[in-house]
Write a protein that binds this ligand. Sequence first.
Ligand SMILES: Nc1nc2c(ncn2[C@@H]2O[C@H](COP(=O)(O)OP(=O)(O)OP(=O)(O)O)[C@@H](O)[C@H]2O)c(=O)[nH]1
Ligand SMILES: [Zn+2]
Ligand SMILES: [Zn+2]
Ligand SMILES: [Zn+2]
Length: 302
Amino acid sequence: MCSVCGCGEGEVRVEGKAGHHHHHEGGRHGHGHDHDHAGHDHGHHHDDHLHDYGSGSAGAHAPGMSQARLVRLEKDILSKNSQYAAENRKLFAARGVLALNLVSSPGSGKTTLLCRTIEALKGKLPAAVIEGDQQTSNDAERIRASGAPAIQINTGKGCHLDAHMVGHAVEHLDLAEGSLLFIENVGNLVCPAGFDLGEAHKVVILSVTEGEDKPLKYPDMFHAADLMILNKTDLLPHLDFDLEACIANARKVNPRIKVLQLSARTGEGMADWTAWIVAARAMALAGHPLAGELRTELKGAA
Ligand SMILES: Nc1nc2c(ncn2[C@@H]2O[C@H](COP(=O)(O)OP(=O)(O)OP(=O)(O)O)[C@@H](O)[C@H]2O)c(=O)[nH]1
Ligand SMILES: [Zn+2]
Ligand SMILES: [Zn+2]
Ligand SMILES: [Zn+2]
């Protein structure tokens, strides 16, 4: 994963901000590529022509760096990220905000799903969106057009959002008490798995055009997610995608993962997704003063 080299640091732009200048206690910004050419223990082997760069203790490979150094670097980056994530989580808890981190490969339909979700929840639950992409603010513009506030983060060469970027984006969003915060991560099935943003849940979106083997090929992401959404089900009649096999593959890497099937295009299955959001929000509000309002809402149903 890219945490081993901190790729893209220093190129991040949060929409509406000229540059990234601020002070953080304990947070070091920017880094150099200090390549250590000692001890080339490349943790890979050539048996049967399988180049496995993940078999060393770091689970990754970077030319010129020892496995021990990689492990140290990764621990350092992830522990800083965890501190920022904890700050974000504290803020979300105080405001009773349910934060969801949407992760997937590029083009699975995250923005389409979010636009539809915002329309479905309009007048019922306030929602805001943080959009992460390497370049462009197209997605934030699409979200705003659907009626929710959105802020775009461009990660430059970086391939994932981290908790620090999200903390800054939140400063620009006036998050209402008890609202939803959707964080659309950079389209990438690999590194976003390793970065806690302070969210309540990671939701992985897999479109049925991507193949049922993806949970096995990118297990970290499916292991980190609490919910898998199988999107673009309207295309199933045209494909040989094996739904049952896909779900079985996801459960192999994460027996607790919940699965929903939907089409963000036709809207089929959307009600199950909004019901999941309402349930997740109730869980997030446990112990919060706003939970009292939820109980009142439920009284009639009990
Ligand atoms: N047929 C079909 N197409 C869909 C569905 N959902 C999204 N799409 C299409 O898939 C393409 C990508 O959708 P986006 O919503 O931009 O996907 P994304 O995951 O936000 O993409 P990135 O942000 O670039 O990673 C667009 O052409 C959408 O119209 C769906 O349920 N069915
Ligand atoms: Zn900062
Ligand atoms: Zn998108
Ligand atoms: Zn990355």
